[in-house]
Design a protein around this ligand. Structure first.
Ligand code: UDP
Length: 318
């Protein structure tokens, strides 16, 4: 297939590009480098099956030739208000990438009779009052809440995707991505894994926000990519959660990082992130299992070990 990936220079987009190229597809990568990095795709320069377009997907986009599939992964995604690349500091771009960007991609999918896959998010569940979260749960969100620029953009994107499927018969799929980690995460984007692993490798105490009792379920990137590729090939049109259902507190996550890196500097508790974090998050992956025959394989120890070399190299420690 000839596949257009928006956000190709991002953490997930670049891993997807690698996997699709390895599977023998042609990849057209698109990114405007607002949060993505040329470093993430530098190794693809010279690959005759990879071409790159520096574009903002929220403007009208055009790529030459026939497209068989479009995967829309362009968006800021970090919720950390302290991070320049987080969506708090890119609120309008975030809403445009989710709304106008999705519209533009769906337009291309319709014109080319191509498959469209939307990268959605567990954030559409908000601060969930159903646990774990199945796809049928409609979420606990606030359209004017402080995380709304991201979660409402993705909710709109899901609605628009279903509208194109129902009204224009476009072959669409929607993946709801839960916390994912691995090499090529932006070390400065303020999320849990980059912050904590960087601190651990530098021998510093790990900053746990609040009491650290809030939970997350962390999925290694290769597992996530596997699930997304299976969804791409499927005919499933309703959203599918892809994530690792092994739930842990943020404190346990930090302790695991300290143990694996042999960091002796311990933990430091800092003020809870303001505005308030979702308190619990864990995917119900029954649908992914039943429809795609997918489940994650990499446990947290192994995933952190596989991530360390990238961070060491970025920190000049390798
Ligand atoms: N977190 C933390 N210390 C950090 C960064 C994050 O304790 O240095 C916590 C954060 O408060 C949240 C969890 O880790 O409860 C996951 O945060 P992340 O930014 O990775 O993404 P989220 O799951 O909130 O979208």
């Amino acid at each position: 297939m000839r596949i257009l990936i928006t956000g190709a220079a991002g953490f997930l987009g670049s891993h997807l590009s690698d996997r699709l190229l390895a599977d023998g597809h042609e990849v057209l990568g698109m990114d405007n480098f607002v949060t993505g990095s040329p470093d993430n795709i530098a190794h693809l320069a010279g690959n005759e099956n990879f071409s790159f377009y520096k574009r903002d997907v929220s403007n009208y986009i055009f790529v030459p030739g026939k497209i068989d599939a479009i995967m829309h992964f362009a968006s800021p995604a970090s919720p950390n208000p302290l991070s320049k690349s987080g969506y708090f500091n890119l609120p309008i771009q975030t809403m445009k990438a989710g709304a106008l960007g999705t519209h533009n991609c769906l337009g291309i999918a319709r014109a080319h009779n191509a498959k469209f896959l939307l990268a959605s998010t567990s954030e559409i569940y908000g601060d969930p009052d159903v646990h774990p979260q199945p796809e049928t749960y409609a979420g606990n969100v606030d359209p004017v809440g402080t995380r709304a620029v991201y979660d409402e953009a993705k909710r709109f994107a899901e609605s628009l995707t279903m509208a194109y499927h129902r009204f224009h018969n476009v072959n669409t799929s929607i993946v709801r991505i839960f916390n994912t980690y691995g090499p090529r995460m932006d070390m400065e984007d303020g999320r849990a894994l980059p912050n904590l692993l960087k601190q651990a490798l530098l021998g510093q105490p790990l900053t746990v926000y609040g009491d650290g009792e809030q939970t997350r379920s962390f999925c290694y990137v290769d597992d996530l990519v596997d699930g997304i590729i299976k969804l791409l090939y499927s005919e499933e049109h309703f959203p599918v959660n892809i994530g690792n259902p092994v739930e842990m507190t943020v404190l346990q996550f930090a302790e695991a990082i300290n143990r694996i890196t042999e960091n002796k500097a311990g933990i430091t508790y800092v003020d809870a992130r303001s505005p308030r974090d979702p308190q619990r998050r864990r995917p119900d992956i029954t649908r992914a299992h039943d429809i795609l025959n997918w489940e994650p394989k990499v446990d947290i120890e192994e995933g952190i070990r596989r991530t360390i070399p990238f961070f060491k190299q970025k920190l000049g420690l390798a």
